[in-house]
Design a binder for this molecule. Structure first.
Ligand SMILES: Nc1ncnc2c1ncn2[C@@H]1O[C@H](COP(=O)(O)OS(=O)(=O)O)[C@@H](OP(=O)(O)O)[C@H]1O
Ligand SMILES: Nc1ncnc2c1ncn2[C@@H]1O[C@H](COP(=O)(O)OP(=O)(O)O)[C@@H](O)[C@H]1O
Length: 241
């Protein structure tokens, strides 16, 4: 979100005054053909209108009518490891930044670096999700929307997130497990298949497919660009009108 700095406001104020006062002087000169009168009118206008403008702004500050509050939302990307969550969520985040709404990006890798001692058992993942839910809730209390991406393989933890946060939009990033194995640039599937990783969703642990996702992206048949377009369109239609 961009904030207008004082310097910018002052420069804008001066440039507008030059345009407005020159216009007044030109109009008076055109009708009365007297330069002294035109300059006097310009000077009076400058002083008077600065004061009136300040007063007018203060009055409008107090009027709530016509101001629209944007309720924070949480875009929740779930899917198998390597399904494409991070790739799509990063791009969606970039696009949504253009809307100039308060927005935060939360990805599993950053959070797991922040809270390193959390494992991958069902109990640990559920506890982890509960923490993330609380984090999103705190951000939402400050009007910040979120773009979150986690494997979040269990229905119960996704349900917990939905109950904790406002305007939860589940994006199921779907990909066949064989496709994910082919995309394994992290070497994670190789480690899971060799037994180095336990409880790895899609290999030696379940991934419970979402049944009520607001958006489903089948990445076997949908490009990253198309996925981003679908998701951003959904947000613009339903949350940032
Ligand atoms: N058992 C096990 N051991 C080691 N590493 C594992 C394991 N399971 C998952 N992973 C890797 O961690 C990523 C998933 O983390 P998440 O925080 O998204 O999982 S969860 O939402 O808490 O279920 C996930 O990465 P991405 O989904 O690619 O980000 C996996 O590569
Ligand atoms: N249609 C697609 N949507 C998303 N990612 C795709 C797609 N096709 C290929 N990929 C690739 O798959 C990989 C997915 O990795 P990543 O986004 O890190 O997945 P995740 O966050 O789910 O683990 C990336 O290398 C990405 O370029």
């Amino acid at each position: 979100m961009y904030k207008e700095t004082n310097k910018r406001s002052i420069v804008k104020g001066i440039s507008w005054r030059v345009v407005a006062t020159t216009t007044t002087i030109a109009i008076v000169y055109f009708f009365f053909d007297r330069l002294d009168l035109a300059i006097a009118a310009g000077m009076i206008e400058t002083v008077l209108k600065i004061a009136l403008y300040w007063f007018h702004e203060r009055v409008w500050q107090k009027i709530k009518w016509g101001k629209k509050r944007i309720d924070p939302f949480n875009l929740w990307f779930t899917g198998l490891p390597l399904s494409g969550k991070t790739t799509i969520a990063d791009r969606v985040y970039e696009e949504l930044q253009e809307l100039q709404i308060p927005l935060e990006r939360i990805d599993s890798k950053d959070i797991r670096e922040l809270i390193p001692d959390i494992g991958y058992t069902r109990e640990e993942r559920n506890r982890h999700m509960h923490r993330i839910g609380n984090l999103i809730k705190t951000l939402q209390n400050n009007s910040v929307s979120t773009v979150a991406s986690f494997v979040s393989p269990y229905r119960e933890s996704r349900k917990a997130i939905r109950e904790m946060v406002k305007n939860n939009i589940v994006v199921y990033v779907k990909a066949d497990v064989e496709t994910c194995k082919e995309r394994d640039y992290k070497g994670a599937y190789a480690k899971a298949l060799s037994g180095e990783y336990q409880n790895f969703s899609g290999v030696n642990d379940v991934y419970e497919e979402p049944q009520h996702a607001e958006i489903v992206i089948d990445t076997d048949n949908t490009s990253v660009e198309e996925a981003v377009r679908i998701i951003v369109k959904y947000i613009k239609k339903n949350h940032v009108k």
